[in-house]
Design a protein around this ligand. Sequence first.
Ligand code: CA
Length: 574
Amino acid sequence: MRNASASRLAAGARRRSPIRWRSSRCGRAVAAVAALAIAVIGPLAASGATARASSAIQPLRACGDLVGDYGIPGAATHVTAATVVPAANGQPEYCDVQGYVEPAVHFQLKLPTTTFNGRYVQYGCAGLCGTIFPTTFPACGGTPGGDFAVAATDDGHVGKGGGFLAILDGSWAANDQAARDDYFYRAPHVVSLASKRIIAAYYGSPPARSYFDGCSTGGREGLLLAQRYPHDFNGIVAGAPAAFMGPLNGVYFTWMVRVNTDARGAPILASAKLPALHDAVMAACDRLDGLADGQIDDPQGCTFDPASIQCPAGVDDASCLTPAQVDVVQKVYSGPADASGHRLYPGGAPRGSELSWDGFLVPNPQFGSIAPLPDNYLKYLGYPIGAPASSVADFKFTLGEFNRLTPESLKGNALSLDLRNFQRAGGKLIIWQGWADGNISVFGTLDYYQRLWQANGGLAETQQWARLFMVPTLYHCGLGGYKLNTFDPFPELVDWVEHRHAPDRVIASDQDSHGTVLRTRPVFPYPQRAAYTGAGSIDDARNFAPAAPLVPPHDVIRWAGAYLYSIPGPVAPS
Ligand SMILES: [Ca+2]
């Protein structure tokens, strides 16, 4: 009962899950690339954090005593269970707190019993949420990690199917505006209030530092928290943010499914075609960044035309594309538009991302496709309750239908450019995304970031508190990549918040299934690029230096939703 799209969308949550295929970067990658990273960028946050491990904060009361009611204004909270879980598998002993914020925002909060150092991290969810993904403790400091209290939430509802299937279900939202609002904008905020209150009850004071780390929907939540609840978190990681609520879930995903569906409902482009397509893109564009190294560092310079591998008449094999398949690929690259060419989303899939389309817009016989997510969104969440709904099969790509999604979309969009209160509060924001993300368009993230710095005093000024890292070859939320496949800027965020060391690079790596590092590369704050120094291994990050972009960024895109950036969404009453 797996679904590739769901699991890819859940990648942000899985990054912290004990069931994921690799352990959290905060532990593993610090170990894996520590020597390299220290050589390149100096000691990580780990050094300072380790020093504090000896001053761990001890609980004031028994774990089980946390069960009860907490009268938090606007966030009445009930802890229904609190039990001690012994240390195991590199995780410290902790008090496992389970509860909910009224009406139904369920959460799990893990409180280390002997290693807490005053830090709190809350993880984002994925897709339409509806389940609490398992969490692990980041090991940025303490031994064996666990100096953070960690929490996660289902965002206020339980999705059908459980696990990864739950995040595709929207039926809970059909007639429940409160549940919609919890998903759109309330749940992560009220869980932060509840967690801080419970932490204070357990240890005697609320956390000294609070962090949020999410990807995909979790990335949307991260941006939204910085915009609407600027005092909840000191530092936020927003990966591959699903910031365009209606335009993404209602239009973009629907487009990706529909352009690849023929009149009989069958897919036009099949999985078997993707390797040849990707190989052709690489042959055309790998060298554009100056190195033929199996990675396209920045696909913006790549203008590969899929017509260049069109099959001869009468041929349809894995080495080439039929004219209909060429048309699909062109529409996937260009992104949603109406019949007149008006963009209904700021971009499409980047060149280089082709292999990650399998199980997303290209149905995989074993894993399915993304289709259930936009279908559930259009049927159950996308329109005001009582208004006519739509579906993937019926949606019309018109400006009228686009605008009909706006009233509900505004509640969940994370597109405001006014982050002044977050900035004034000293908040630090890291946005990141893989350049080969075939699920959520990188061009929307770039569009938002340029609008953000243009509205906040320019790029250099904005980089004092908000930085973007674009990671070559990485897929959605770091669930693999065609070369570099591992990236996690969370330790750098902690270092930024606690030591005012603004991250001037984050190391990405290519790791095999055993965790062996095959390549490291620095990722510099966008729009800087990594340039080979000309000496030493191209698999070693030390041999790359920051350089100006080959072409200055012009990332603002003219599209139908440009008016959305100036409309702040609602906040939860307190
Ligand atoms: Ca290259």
